[in-house]
Design a protein. Structure first.
Length: 175
């Protein structure tokens, strides 16, 4: 955790009808001083979309050897590596070599589209990589130091509900 990080607590109740996964997770998440509220919430979205009893939110920004989230098996091998935004080829090559599955979630359409246009062909050689663009307009409005969020997932559409409002997140699979 970086000096000056802000600690957030989230109670995330997930009802994922697509995977028949229904669980409540108590999550502690550190926000790096350079991280926006939107990006912090995107980490919670990525958690909700892939939730399991072994999925862990890591250090985030500043963790060069770790993704944003990962799931390891009981032997310590990485089964799922999740990164956010526009990841460089070197990092993706490393991730794809270390993990059974790699997912990159993008969320800023303008910069993500430019990144994808420049790198999509190169990334197609990574057979265990998925790239998914999230439309998350207004997600930062739900961010507060202590959060209670109800998450519903159905037909690949995710919605977050809290006392501060409701936000619908859509996914577009790019690869």
């Amino acid at each position: 955790m970086a000096a000056g990080s802000t600690i957030y607590k989230a109670q995330l109740s997930i009802a994922d009808m697509d995977r028949n996964y229904y669980e409540t997770h108590e999550i502690t998440i550190a926000q790096h001083p350079s991280e926006t509220d939107e990006r912090l919430m995107i980490r919670l979205v990525a958690f909700a979309l892939n939730a399991s009893d072994r999925l862990v939110i890591t250090k985030g920004i500043g963790g060069d050897d770790e993704p944003e989230l990962w799931e390891k098996n009981y032997g310590g091998e990485v089964e799922l590596w999740i990164d956010l935004a526009q990841v460089d080829e070197k990092r993706l090559r490393k991730a794809c070599g270390r993990s059974e599955r790699v997912i990159v979630y993008t969320y800023n359409l303008k910069s993500a589209s430019a990144w994808w246009k420049q790198n999509g062909t190169t990334f197609s050689r990574f057979k265990n990589l998925s790239v998914i663009h999230l439309t998350t307009e207004g997600i930062e409005t739900l961010c507060e130091r202590t959060m209670r969020i109800q998450c519903n997932i159905s037909d690949s559409e995710l919605s977050f509900h809290s006392d501060r409002g409701d936000v619908v997140i859509t996914q577009e699979v790019w690869m």
